[in-house]
Ligand binder design. Structure first.
Ligand code: NAD
Length: 487
């Protein structure tokens, strides 16, 4: 089957998936395709009653299936069957994702779908390997730290990588013996719904995965406030993360994992492999048109190599292939919405009005849909919103430095600390600078996630609390009980 497809010809699941079945639901929020700006569907909004229904379905499924108490290898095996189905259904999943999101179909098959299946397998393997610990105590006692699932966990995901974000949440929650109520973004719910459907087909008990659709203020808030949701895992903006913390605090106390925004720097020293650095930097800001939490949107370059780096970045930025996400030839993404496109343009224009030089781009692309040209800004004031705010678009600022201390000072952001990159051939400097960078992830001589899911991801400062991926994500889905037996 050819990869390109007609977006009007595929059936879309537009209702909540609870207890293994789609519930009747009325579409409320209009959905517009980023690739051609056409209204094509409407997303329902689950209210507090529906969230309550989903939580009770989850509790009942946990009880009747014995998911948490059966031999752990059974969880592992069921999750591997689920990953098999995700791989077998890769094209359907990729189409469901491409129709609503900014992800081009070719990248989805090679990347997001394959990665999601891998993540499910990665977490599946923890189920029968990580457990409780016996701990040293006085010899009159036997002490242990017993590890237990939470029960029902809640999750909320963003629109920028819907499938892999679902993998980040579903994989560890299920492997750790929980049931889950997950709300995908109201803009991109289809692939998450289908992944849940595939789980039931793979033999994961119905009701363990419940997908509820809706917006943040109604559905998201009802999830975070529900008294029987014992843990919340969120990925999205820092503003929404902060609203979620407030909502949880207003309605009780529960642990939360927050994966939030960033404004990540990439430092290039004069001794770096410049072609490698330019490729990595350009890919990080052009991938998904800069709509990635870890987008390396601030280049900080040593004066001696400023000019050649700019030339290489401009050449990279000229080589994009924009096009609808359903066309297999497209590699450059649209922006998710007109509102977001206008915001990107507004920040860019304000920087130029304030004296920055726009070396390339700085305008929307003259084509259907919400496409913005790759944009390179130099001479931007350190206080400009182009340097301080998460733009979430293909806009790269360039600042230059004289020495390591100045580079570190420029790299340090007052509130964000999600990721950072540095390019140098000097190993001692790489380690010294890495130690000083205030970021949850540091990449040296690369700027991208690998498929090493053992590396956790998460932010310093306002970029988040806790980690997704890695051992941390599995353990974040279990609570510990300290036990001391008097002998
Ligand atoms: P967003 O914060 O607007 O929305 C994310 C999700 O939260 C959506 O499902 C939305 O409906 C829901 N939501 C919004 N307000 C809520 C509230 N008050 N209560 C409960 N739920 C609420 O973010 P977005 O625009 O979908 O995604 C882009 C943002 O996500 C960027 O800031 C990006 O950096 C961040 N992000 C972070 C990571 C990470 O790993 N740190 C990964 C991907 C995206």
């Amino acid at each position: 089957m050819p990869l390109s497809f007609d977006p009007d010809a595929i059936p879309l699941p537009t209702s909540h998936f609870v207890d293994g079945a789609y519930l009747p639901a009325e579409g409320v929020l209009p959905m517009r395709r980023p690739s051609d700006a056409r209204d094509y569907a409407a997303c329902p909004v689950a209210d507090a009653d529906l969230i309550d229904h989903a939580v009770h379905a989850a509790k009942s499924a946990l009880k009747t299936s014995g998911w948490a108490s059966r031999r752990p290898r059974e969880r592992t095996n069921a999750m591997h069957r689920w990953a098999d189905l995700i791989e077998a259904e890769a094209e359907t999943l990729a189409r469901l994702e491409a129709v609503s999101s900014t992800r081009p179909i070719g990248q989805l098959i090679q990347g997001d779908v394959a990665v999601t299946a891998e993540q499910i397998r990665f977490f599946a393997e923890f189920a029968d390997k990580e457990g409780s610990d016996l701990v040293p105590t006085g010899e009159e006692g036997l002490g242990m730290v017993m590890s237990e699932p939470y029960g029902v966990v809640g999750a909320i995901t963003p629109w920028n990588f819907p499938l892999s974000m679902a993998g980040w949440k579903l994989g560890p929650a299920l492997a750790a013996g929980n049931a889950i109520v997950l709300k995908p973004s109201e803009m991109t719910p289809f692939s998450t719904l289908y992944v849940a459907e595939l789980a039931v087909r793979a033999g994961i008990p119905a009701g363990l995965i419940n997908i509820v659709l809706g917006d943040g203020p109604t559905t998201g808030q009802a999830i975070t406030a529900h008294p029987e949701i014992s843990k919340v895992s969120f990925t999205g903006s820092t503003a929404a993360g902060s609203a979620i913390m407030a909502n949880i605090a207003r309605t009780g106390v529960k642990p939360m994992t927050l994966e939030l925004g960033g404004k990540s720097p990439q430092i290039v020293f004069a001794d770096a492999d410049l072609p490698l650095a330019a490729d990595a930097i350009a890919n990080s800001i052009l991938g998904n048109a800069g709509q990635a939490c870890v987008a390396g949107s601030r280049v900080i370059v040593e004066n001696a190599v400023l000019e050649p780096l700019i030339l290489a970045l401009k050449a990279n930025m000229a080589s994009i292939r924009p096009g609808p996400t359903w066309d297999a030839a497209s590699t450059y993404s649209p922006i998710i919405s007109e509102r977001q496109l206008n915001r990107i343009d507004g920040i860019t224009r304000a920087a130029v009005d304030a004296g920055a030089e726009c070396l390339t781009g700085g305008h929307r692309l003259d084509r259907k849909g919400y496409f913005y040209a790759p944009t390179l800004l130099s001479g931007v004031a350190a206080t400009s919103p182009a340097v301080t705010e998460e733009i979430f678009g293909p806009v790269l600022t360039v600042q230059s430095f004289h020495d390591e201390d100045e580079a570190l000072a420029l790299a340090d952001h007052p509130t964000y600390g999600l990721a950072a990159g540095l390019f140098t051939r000097d190993l001692s400097r790489a380690i010294r600078v890495t130690r000083k960078l205030q970021a949850g992830t540091v990449w040296v001589n690369r700027y991208s996630r690998s498929r090493d899911h053992i590396l956790p991801t998460g932010g310093y400062k306002h970029s988040g609390i806790g980690k997704d991926l890695g051992r941390e994500a599995y353990h974040a889905n279990r609570k510990s009980k300290s036990v001391l037996i008097n002998l």
